[in-house]
Design a protein around this ligand. Structure first.
Ligand code: T1G
Length: 720
């Protein structure tokens, strides 16, 4: 069978009377420049070949086409768009004189599904996934997807897929009529056989189909409900609403006009700050996995059996994370009562996951079998890894690590879930500091995606590489950070919540502070977040570190005073807010009176504070501390900080993270504002040297990352 390379990205092969066009553009067969052109050339070739009756388009390697090439978006100027290249190309595929069968394995996402829908038939491996995830990049399908998809699956499903961006499985797509046949076994031979079956039959053009569309009136409720849901669940994001508008155009306009309407909406989204921020995050989530001095080929330690010490809220959640990934886990606590309580909480958590439809009962039963309560360290002798999640006290952690050092086999990874304590000091309690590392999960551990992996001075590259890889296996996003107090996330969170307290002490209302950040896009305001986590957690840590506070430097007092009154937040149903039995927050006028009195005692002048200042004080406090951390080398890249804040602290994704947000505002403006705060509020606002340097040189944090990475200056994170 002759193979005709159209270029180095696409090959044309003949299987007797069926032409096979193979897209081979690793790693994900994106429709990079050269791919559409070569596929079109192959189409022309096969249409011109009298011996060919039909064609199959398939992807080489692990997937069909995962979309347009996102790397190209940054190069686009307002005139250009996928439509200019992809839509005529897809019309060409659809207008092929001979039927074209799209053979899908892995993923057909974005432009990949649009290509598949321009084909006349689609077959797929049962494990394949198809979807229009563009809204996750702050854009919408831009090559006819919002016009072809409703024609194949109906408006309700098309709106859901385009507005939410969630992929669907091949069997579900088969049930919807999007896929014509599922192929078990070898996809290519199954697709060629299918092509032979349909050769000679009329080739249905998706754009001409209307039987599943219905009318605007019939779909009015669906569209309204989708807009309402997008407004709530994707609050502040423009693309989901644009996607709904585009699908609606399929009901009111002929195909070509519908594509023009889609094009207009696509271009508005593509050149928006939101899309730039979300594309920054897309590549950032992949960049954080790259550790400069820990090469890809570093030996990984097999992790097939683990143990967790401490069955409290964090320990229980961490045990569930491992069990959910199919890894057997021992869960140890001091005594039966504590373990019974811990296991009860785990069972309750699983029960609510089943209720919410996240897991099936069968899945949960299997997972629970993987969690084994343990009273002694005896059983630890053959575990590959231990995560310690006991109370946040150095003395206790050191004694646990000394026990683990005695109980665990050589080569086992000893990890601590500490959120603030010095990893090197903990490692010092063992004879094997190279095996010690921080794995800081976020509460609730079985839900939050972030895993801060804390590198100690001695942590070995094998241990680091293993934990980075393991985070993916656990469905987490692992970010490597240095060993400074509070690491990256919590170290920045301190100044952020400090400013929130200061603002209330200076006269802002509790709800005004939280509302300003919620309108900025945060999942929850800083004060309500404190109530959720428990105000006493920070209070205990502040008391433990009181001796480190600089004399004469203003410190917030409001939360300490609330804690002295037993107001720990949700857990005591009173904190900044008052909570009912369903943990719903209610304003508490008593708090306003308390804080006003305390401020009067502290002679803090009261003033009107704008929502703009509230946001600037809180967010720029994050940015300034982030710049300090970056300058000190406790984070590898600014984007690592952004990924931490999106996945661990509810920072709005469409703003790209605190560092990207600062770049979007403009570092000179951010720096100038911080200098004003420094002047007004003193030393706590001293600008970070790196921020000053970048602002004065007209550079951004993103450029700082690029330059350091390009110059090979990305060193190992600082372990203090
Ligand atoms: N363009 C360019 N690079 C891409 C890419 C894409 N579409 N998808 C992945 N990569 C890179 C990625 O950066 C990484 O690079 C490598 O491939 C492996 O990816 C016209 C306008 C397919 C599920 O949104 O969801 O089509 O880090 O680590 O975990 O309407 O990649 O190795 O250098 O993620 O196995 C719509 C995006 C585009 C899908 C595979 N498509 N990709 O996951 O590997 S917009 C998407 C994914 C569009 C049209 C519109 C995932 C994946 P590096 P990976 P993975």
């Amino acid at each position: 069978m002759p193979t005709v390379p159209m270029n180095n990205l696409v090959k044309l092969t003949r299987h007797d009377d069926v032409a096979v066009i193979t897209i081979d553009n690793p790693p994900v067969n994106a429709l990079s420049p050269g791919v559409p052109e070569a596929v079109a050339a192959a189409m022309d070739e096969m249409n011109a070949d009298p011996a060919v009756t039909a064609a199959v388009v398939i992807g080489a390697g692990r997937t069909f086409v995962a979309g347009a090439d996102i790397k190209e978006f940054g190069k686009m100027t307002s005139g250009a768009s996928p439509r200019r290249t992809l839509l005529p190309f897809l019309l060409g595929v659809e207008d092929s004189r001979k039927p074209v069968v799209m053979a899908i394995h892995g993923t057909a996402f974005g432009g990949g599904l649009e290509l598949a829908m321009a084909g006349h038939y689609r077959v797929a491996s049962p494990s394949a996934q198809v979807g229009q995830p563009e809204v996750r990049l702050g854009i919408i399908p831009g090559a006819g997807g919002t016009q072809r998809l409703p024609r194949l699956v109906g408006v309700p499903k098309a709106v859901e897929m385009c507005a939410q961006g969630k992929p669907i499985s091949a069997p579900d797509a088969r049930a919807l009529g999007l896929i014509d046949r599922l192929i078990d076994g070898d996809l290519l031979s199954g697709a060629v056989a299918f092509a032979r079956e349909i050769a000679g039959q009329p080739a249905p053009k998706t754009r001409e189909r209307r039987e599943k569309l219905g009318t605007l009136v019939e779909n009015a409720e669906i569209l309204a409900a989708a807009r309402d849901s997008a407004g709530k669940k994707q609050r502040g994001m423009k693309a989901p609403l644009a996607a709904i508008d585009a699908v609606e155009a399929a009901l009111t306009m002929p195909f070509e006009e519908g594509c023009q309407a889609e094009q207009k909406l696509f271009t508005e989204c593509l050149f928006s700050d939101q899309s730039k921020a979300l594309i920054h995050i897309f590549f950032g989530e992949r960049e954080v996995a790259k550790i400069p001095d820990v090469p890809k080929e570093t030996l990984l330690i097999p992790v097939n059996r683990v143990a967790v010490v401490g069955s409290g809220t964090m320990g229980g959640g961490i045990a569930m994370v491992f069990a959910n990934a199919g890894i057997p886990v021992l869960l140890k606590d001091l005594d039966k009562a504590a373990l019974d309580l811990g296991m009860e909480k785990i069972r309750k958590n699983y029960a609510s996951s089943v209720q919410r439809g996240r897991f099936t009962q069968g899945f949960v039963d299997e997972r629970l079998k993987l969690i084994t309560p343990a009273f002694h360290y005896h059983a630890f002798s053959d575990v590959d890894m231990v995560v310690e999640a006991v109370f946040e006290g150095m003395a206790l952690k050191k004694s646990v690590f000394a026990d683990l050092d005695r109980a665990c086999k050589p080569g086992a990874i000893l990890a601590s879930n500490t959120s603030t304590l010095n990893i090197d000091e903990i490692a010092g309690a063992t004879s094997r500091p190279a095996a010690v590392i921080g794995t800081h999960f976020f509460s609730p551990a079985n839900v939050m995606r972030l895993l801060e992996i804390v590198r100690g001075k001695e942590s070995s590259k094998e241990v680091i590489a293993t934990c980075m890889q393991l985070s993916k296996r656990l469905g987490k996003i692992g970010v490597l950070v240095g060993n400074c107090r509070g690491f990256v996330g919590n170290r920045m969170f301190g100044p952020y919540r400090r400013e929130a307290q200061f603002l209330v002490e200076e006269g802002a209302d509790v709800e005004a502070v939280d509302q300003a950040l919620v309108e900025f896009g945060s999942a929850m305001g800083p004060l309500a977040t404190g109530d959720l986590a428990g105000l006493d957690v920070g209070w205990r840590i502040r008391k433990e570190y009181r001796h480190l506070e600089k004399p004469g430097v203003r410190q917030p007092f409001a939360e300490d005073r609330l804690c002295e009154l037993g107001r720990y937040g949700q857990k005591t149903l009173r904190g900044w807010y008052r909570y009912d039995e369903n943990r719903r927050a209610n304003l508490d006028p008593e708090v306003t009176v308390l804080v006003r009195n305390w401020s009067a005692e502290a002679e803090i002048a009261q003033r009107q504070i704008s929502a703009e200042e509230i946001v600037e004080r809180c967010i720029y406090a994050l940015v300034n501390e982030g710049a300090r951390i970056l300058g000190e080398g406790f984070a590898l890249r600014a984007v690592d900080i952004d990924i931490i804040y999106l996945n661990g602290y509810g920072f709005p994704a469409h703003r790209g993270g605190p560092m990207w947000h600062a770049d979007t505002v403009g570092l000179p403006k951010v720096y100038q504002r911080i200098c004003e705060f420094h002047h007004q509020h003193g030393e706590l606002w001293a600008p970070a040297p790196l921020l000053q340097r970048l602002a004065e040189s007209g550079k951004t944090f993103a450029e700082f990352d690029q330059e350091r990475s390009a110059a090979g200056l990305l060193e190992r994170v600082n372990s203090a």
